[in-house]
Design a binder for this molecule. Structure first.
Ligand SMILES: Nc1ncnc2c1ncn2[C@@H]1O[C@H](COP(=O)(O)OP(=O)(O)O)[C@@H](O)[C@H]1O
Ligand SMILES: [Mg+2]
Length: 509
């Protein structure tokens, strides 16, 4: 069969208005960990979706074990012993782990030699055996909705193994995991390779590639840039190839110069729509010139905490004080005027009005004030002038400048627009929730510089992020939230990311 178990030759795939893969050729050896590296939108998922039969290429050939194949569906891929763990898991929440694993290929027995029924007993036995062999502990009888994402991921991996996959594709598997879980997963992936499996690992995290991959293909804007031997290539070189320019890794962070207290939160509690207390008796304060970062696994109350401070959710107990003024029950607009800028997690539904133009969105928080509005009359030319200024200063790229409908802009540029608008408000308190989610290295670098710049101007910054690296790089003070409570507040220099990871999982010191 030759040296390669997978060959994708001259693959081109177009979507309306974009060439997602442009004449890409990759060759994967049996028994290696082959990484696919690239920024968001580089075409990684598309390329692997074709190997897994979810799309067919417009041009090019796929060869598996030395034979050309047409992979027209995932079941076709499964027959070729190809498995894929998707970026978003595809599990049925109210089924058990065992049921999810066998779904679609249930082992059938015949009662009285006549009626077929699903033999879950022998299926669960097989699952236990695979669990043991690869170190993927699960309880097949538990329901998916009762286990965390890390276990759900194990289920996805077991699902592939149960189908006897030999070529395993992982699409950004670590995006949702804590550092400890990541280490565990990388260990599993190594074990799978050592057991003879071939692994294709999609990621945009260079550290992970350095840790586990043998070779690495770099995609940039749909094109293959290079295929590298990982051991002999620096992460810096990989990053530069991936972004297409020099990237500075080291954030220039000057020592913090704290000023007066800007925000004080005392005994704050927040209930969600169903009446559950999701923020429980939280207290902290932030000074000017300080980045207070909240670390935590998704869904532990961090978003509700930010929403309560910004006024999008009500406090059910406790107080919020901004520069000495009690704003616990103030309206959102009043808080904005009092000095809160908010960069929300869900930029598409809270941050922007997608059908408005870029100019309109940039003035969204001050259109009712001069110079935009005088004596009840809106001055359109002021919107345009202001829009042009911000587009220039913040390098917001779009098809038609200030007239662009925000809906048509890329995620990174939408985020730049929100950040520009919120920074220009000049508020003493800035709340950033997941400011770089879904963005690529180049855009992340810019946003981090802006956050640090605001801090150095004396702003108080509340940063909420699921990315531990982001927290460790930016924070002056770290608060770890778990199950709605701040388990730990400490000077960032006194904590390692490992320790923060432990608090994130609820392990108390
Ligand atoms: N089903 C689709 N329809 C239209 N465009 C798509 C589709 N899937 C992906 N794209 C576009 O193709 C490009 C590559 O996307 P993708 O393969 O998901 O990138 P990556 O996984 O590297 O982030 C992006 O510009 C994306 O918007
Ligand atoms: Mg992808």
């Amino acid at each position: 069969m030759g040296e390669y178990i997978v060959e994708m030759r001259h693959i081109t795939k177009r979507f309306p208005g974009i060439v997602a893969n442009d004449d890409v050729t990759i060759q994967v050896k049996k028994g290696e960990i082959f990484a696919l590296l690239g920024e968001n939108g580089a075409g990684k998922s598309t390329l692997m979706s074709m190997l897994f039969g979810m799309y067919e290429p417009d041009e090019g050939e796929i060869w598996i074990r030395g034979k050309q194949e047409r992979i027209s569906s995932p079941s076709q891929a499964t027959k070729l012993n190809i498995g894929m763990v998707h970026q978003h898991f595809k599990l049925v929440q109210n089924y058990t782990i065992g049921e999810n694993i066998v779904l679609g290929i249930e082992p059938q027995k015949k009662a009285l030699g006549l009626f077929p029924y699903v033999d879950m007993k022998s299926a669960n036995e097989r699952i236990r055996q695979l669990s043991q062999q690869y170190g993927l502990e699960v309880d097949p009888l538990k329901k998916i909705e009762d286990v965390n994402v890390s276990i759900q991921q194990r289920v996805e991996i077991l699902k592939m193994l149960y189908r006897e996959a030999e070529i395993l594709i992982f699409d950004e598997p670590t995006a949702v995991l804590t550092p400890q879980e990541i280490e565990f997963l990388l260990e599993i992936i190594r074990g799978l390779r050592d057991g003879g499996k071939t692994i294709i690992l999609i990621t945009h995290k260079l550290e992970e590639i350095k840790q586990v991959a043998d070779r690495c293909a770099i995609l940039c804007q749909g094109k293959l840039v290079d295929v590298l031997d990982v051991a002999s290539t620096s992460t810096k070189k990989m990053a530069n190839l991936m972004v297409g320019r020099e990237v500075s890794f080291q954030l220039e962070k000057s020592p913090a110069q704290y000023r007066q207290e800007v925000l004080r939160v005392e005994h704050l509690s927040v209930k969600n729509q169903d009446g559950f207390e999701v923020v429980k008796d939280v207290s902290f304060s932030i000074r000017g010139g300080e980045i207070f970062a909240i670390a935590g696994v998704s869904g532990n109350g961090q978003v509700e905490l930010a929403d309560a401070i910004a006024g999008l959710m009500k406090a059910s107990g406790g107080t919020i004080t901004l520069a000495g003024k009690d704003i616990t029950n103030a309206e959102i607009r009043e808080r904005t005027l009092d000095g809160i800028s908010y960069i929300p997690e869900d930029r598409q539904s809270y941050g922007l009005i997608l059908d408005f133009t870029l100019a309109e969105n940039l003035a969204l928080k001050n259109y009712f004030q001069p110079p935009f509005c005088q004596k009840g009359i809106l001055h359109k030319e002021e919107f345009d002038r202001y829009g042009e200024k911000l587009i220039g200063e913040y390098d917001i790229r779009s098809g038609q400048g200030i007239r662009t409908q925000v809906r048509s802009m890329s995620g990174g540029n939408q985020q730049k627009a929100i950040i520009a608008r919120e920074i220009e408000l000049g508020s003493p308190l800035m709340i950033f929730v997941q400011p770089t989610r879904g963005l690529d290295i180049g855009a992340i670098e810019n946003i981090h510089k802006q956050i640090l710049g605001e801090r150095d101007q004396g702003k108080a910054i509340l940063l909420i992020s699921l990315e531990l690296d982001e927290i460790m790089n930016l924070a002056d003070t770290i608060g770890v939230i778990y199950n709605g409570q701040l388990l730990k507040i400490a000077d960032a220099s006194t904590l390692t990311s490992r320790q923060v990871g432990e608090f994130m999982m609820g392990v108390k010191a």
